[in-house]
Design a protein around this ligand. Sequence first.
Ligand SMILES: Nc1ncnc2c1ncn2[C@@H]1O[C@H](COP(=O)(O)OP(=O)(O)OP(=O)(O)O)[C@@H](O)[C@H]1O
Ligand SMILES: [Mg+2]
Length: 232
Amino acid sequence: MFLEINELVKKYQSGETEFLALNHVSFEMKEGEIGVILGPSGSGKSTLMNIVGGLENATSGSVKIDGHEIASLKSKALGIYRRNFVGFIFQFYNLIPNLTIRENIEICSHLGKDPLNIDHLIEKVGLQGQEKKFPSQLSGGQQQRVAIARALVKNPKLLLCDEPTGALDYKTSKEVLELFEEINQNYRTTIMMITHNDAIQNMAHRVIKIKDGQITSNKINEKRLAAHDIEW
Ligand SMILES: Nc1ncnc2c1ncn2[C@@H]1O[C@H](COP(=O)(O)OP(=O)(O)OP(=O)(O)O)[C@@H](O)[C@H]1O
Ligand SMILES: [Mg+2]
């Protein structure tokens, strides 16, 4: 199994009271799957993703990626894991404003062992001709495509997306989802995507629901739709 999460707990302490943002979460994902994570605000989605991505430490439990335990890694080893393995995409693109589009992508290309060709990737995400512009000169959807290219250029095995279409309109969201689908097919990248948009689950191989820090459902989607055919 590519991703194995076992009895994962994240506890926050405020004064006397303890709060379990993740309450014994266990699930698995196969390599090359698109997993969509649905759940109400505050249910623990981002906490889960941040731990899987090595951005936060767990209180207890296990997260294994490709057989390697990452939940107990110290910060240096965690940094190496993030660099070699994980691409992140967030709701608000987090581009560097005073670097050009090409430079924003380029700074991440040295991170992986087997980086993708930058020009090819720029073309793939539909940004050819925009390379010399700065982020503020692009639309939201274009900026998100730069963020996707930046996450992908190091050719990560795991792509973690926290509400990647949250700030985008319908048409642009669909374009971004189609891009994820293509990446998943072309590079077999395993994708974990958090969303508030129920319709997006239709393109997933696996749909995981979380509530109050607990997994309430984990199902294989037998009737996958192409991103292009999803409506909401
Ligand atoms: N640093 C922190 N200290 C204390 N509590 C925290 C901290 N970070 C998150 N929490 C709490 O943990 C819970 C889960 O937060 P999380 O950000 O994972 O939710 P989420 O499902 O991503 O929500 P949203 O859909 O609004 O992004 C929330 O109740 C939140 O208040
Ligand atoms: Mg969140």
